[in-house]
Design a binder for this molecule. Structure first.
Ligand code: GLY
Length: 367
């Protein structure tokens, strides 16, 4: 452990240690110095595709894992799942038919952060982000360098494009422009299976259309009984994106953020809108001022609405033609989530039970 890491570790554990011995944790409230609260009820909150993830993360926590390992093992379930076409293995590819994955994470107690972007050939990019945090002096590795680092850390480099994701890409390519150079399987006349909505493209994902392409992602945040926090986000990003495009998910402060004095938060949906408004960091700063997790998510979404001025991104009603979801938990174990439009849900585990709850929203969805 480096001198700086050791200092941070001692500062963090010493700060928590006195209170923890009394079953209390320091929690800064708006305009006041840190105060001590009693034991926190552990909570794990994730995007709606994270029901199994919150279950797994809480089990890991109960088994004694650090918060960061708990959330990473939680999202690993989704990354490994070929049926989820928005994350990890089975994720939808870029415009060239190549799957490029993004992930970032933060560990509250050590102030650690790691991320990878445009990573090819690794099923679970969150594990590589974790290695960036633990085994480098950096916070973000991209592209070929990220893959070489992953290989050096023992991650298998493999073909992660599933047949379902490839067929979705073939269908998308056939719809490009009017030149008609590419044919869909149906247009080709070949006796191939007709294109069907791929498994994993659930309604929430489809609702997140940017015109024609879904953004899918999982974000997962946790607080343990000592008030220690972690956050992770992982994604295959915007389907059929320009090769090299990076969304919010691997950007620390956009796709997720964690401040062990305050809370953890993250996002799913149109990454460009989240990057431009420093989304997850904004949610944390609002919570730092004493705003509840749900209200902090809503206010950060209002900022996105104000920042969306391009006609091509607006509906006839002058509202964003896309959706963004925020998820947040604070150091006291209060949690919340919100989306621009009604109908979104989120996964949460509290008191040992995992369930989906309705997200708060700014606007009623009309279509
Ligand atoms: N929020 C995921 C992305 O835009 O890539």
């Amino acid at each position: 452990m480096s001198a700086n890491t050791r200092r941070d570790f001692l500062r963090t554990t010493t700060g928590a240690g006195v209170g923890a011995a009394l079953g209390m944790v320091p929690v800064p409230l708006a305009g006041s110095p840190a105060v001590l609260l009693r034991n926190v009820t552990p909570v794990c909150i994730a995007s709606s595709n994270g029901l199994a993830a919150v279950d797994r993360a809480m089990q890991e926590l109960a088994d004694g894992s650090y918060t960061i390992d708990a959330v990473v093992r939680g999202v690993n379930l989704v990354e490994e799942d070929p049926e989820d076409m928005s994350v990890g293995y089975g994720g939808l590819p870029n415009a060239d038919g190549v799957v490029q994955l993004d992930s970032s994470l933060m560990h509250g107690p050590t102030r650690g952060a790691g991320a990878v972007a445009c990573l090819e050939g690794v099923k679970r990019p969150s594990l590589v982000a974790l290695d960036v945090m633990r085994y480098t002096d950096h916070h973000l590795l991209v592209g070929e360098g990220a893959q070489r680092f992953a290989a050096s850390m023992g991650h298998p480099i493999e073909d992660i494009l599933t047949d379902g994701a490839r067929r979705a890409w073939v269908q998308w390519r056939a719809g490009l422009g009017s030149a008609g150079e590419y044919l869909t399987p149906a247009e080709s006349g070949e006796p191939v299976r007709p294109f069907e909505r791929p498994e994993g493209l659930d309604d929430e994902l489809l609702d997140s259309f940017d015109g024609v392409r879904p953004h899918g992602t999982i974000n997962c945040n946790i607080v343990d009984r000592n008030g220690d926090l972690s956050s992770v986000t992982t994604t295959s990003g915007l389907a059929f994106k320009i090769p090299g495009r990076v969304g919010d998910s691997p950007i620390i402060g956009a796709g997720m953020y964690c401040d062990n004095d305050v809370g953890a938060a993250g996002s799913t949906g149109r990454g460009e809108a989240v990057i431009k408004t420093c989304g997850a960091h904004t949610v944390i700063e609002l919570m730092r001022q004493g705003t509840s997790p749900t209200d902090a998510c809503l206010e950060a979404l209002r900022r996105i609405v104000r920042w969306t001025v391009e006609d091509r991104l607006l509906t006839e009603a002058g509202r964003p033609a896309f959706d963004v979801n925020y998820y947040a938990v604070n150091k006291r174990g209060e949690y919340g989530a919100a989306a621009i439009y009604s109908g979104a849900r989120f996964a949460v585990n509290v008191d040992g039970r995992s369930r989906l709850e309705d997200s708060a929203y700014l606007f009623q969805r009309t279509s």
